[in-house]
Design a protein around this ligand. Sequence first.
Ligand SMILES: Nc1nc2c(c(=O)[nH]1)N[C@H]1C(S)=C(S)[C@@H](COP(=O)(O)O)O[C@H]1N2
Ligand SMILES: [Mo]
Length: 308
Amino acid sequence: MKFASHYKLDHTTTPKEVFVERRKFIKGAMALGLLPIQQVIASPHTFDSNKQCFDVGEQLATSQKKHVQSYSNYYEFSTDKQMVKHLAREFKTEPWQVRVSGLVESPLSLSLEDLKSFTSCRRTYRLRCVEGWSAVIPWHGFELNQLLSLVKPLPNARYVKFKSLHDPKQMINQRNNLMPWPYTEGLRLDEAMHPLTILATGMYNEALAKQNGAPIRLVVPWKYGFKSIKAITEIELVDTQPISSWSQSSPSEYGFYANVNPNVAHPRWNQRRELPLGAKKKIKTQLLNGYYEEVRDLYQNDVLDSLF
Ligand SMILES: Nc1nc2c(c(=O)[nH]1)N[C@H]1C(S)=C(S)[C@@H](COP(=O)(O)O)O[C@H]1N2
Ligand SMILES: [Mo]
C-alpha cells in the first residue's frame, strides 16, 4: 500500500497488523466550551490552577505504540518515515527552553521543569495526516490555553506562531533546503485557546519518543497532522496570520487552516478515506476529524469548506 506524500518522491509501505477502530468518543466530557481565562501570575513556578483538566477520548481504541513510533513525518531528520527514529536517536532534548514572546504582557522562557507546573491532561486523539494515513494516540501534556493565559496576550494579539528547533548539526535534513527551516506553524488565537489544543510531553504513559517530537510538541486534533508541530522552541503572539513552512514551500497544497475535511481534495489526491496505521482497510475520514461538535463554532462556513 502506497501513501501519497508531502514529498513527491517518498513512497513507503504500511505495517500489516490489524487495527480496530471503534468510534466511542464520549461527547459529555467535551461539553466544556472555552475555559475562562484564569488569573495570571508572574512565575510559572507558582502557577496554581484550580481548573479541571479532563481526560478525553479514552474510549477510542488506540493504535499500537510500535506503529506510532516507527512511522514518522519529521522532515528535519528524513523524508523516509521509517528512518526517522534511527536518525533521531542521539537528538538532545535536555536542556530545553521554550520562549513565549511577542504581543504579550509577560514574555517568558520556560524550562522543561517549568512546563511540569501546568495542570496535566490525558487525551486520546485521532491524528489524520494529510497524506491519507491516521492513528489514534493517547497523549499527555497540558492545554495550551494555560500557557497563553500566563503570558497574557495583548488585545492586538490575533495569532500564535510556533517554531521548531533549528539545529542542522543534530537535525541532519536541515542541511537541505527541502523546506524553509525552522519548521514553522500557526494557529488563530481562539484555536490556540480551545481546550482541545494541547502541548504534549508524552504518549502511551511515557515521555515522548524523539521521533514523535520530544520534548514538547503541539497537538491540534481537528487539523491535518502537519499543524501539530514537533520539538517547539518558540511561541510568538502576533497580529497577522503566520506563514507556515508548508504553505511557504507549497502554497497551492497546504492551507493555513488545514481543517480535516473529506470533501475537500488535496490537489494530488482526494481526502475521503484514510488508512489507520497497522490496518488493512481504509476508513472514512470525518469532517473536522470527528471533532465537529467541539470546534465547529470556531468557523464561518467559508473556512469550514476550504483548507486555506
Ligand atoms: N517539526 C516538525 N513537526 C512536524 C512534522 C515535521 O516534519 N517537523 N511533520 C508533521 C506531520 S506531516 C505529521 S502527520 C505529524 C506526525 O506526528 P507523529 O510522527 O507523532 O505521528 O507531525 C507533524 N509535525
Ligand atoms: Mo502529515
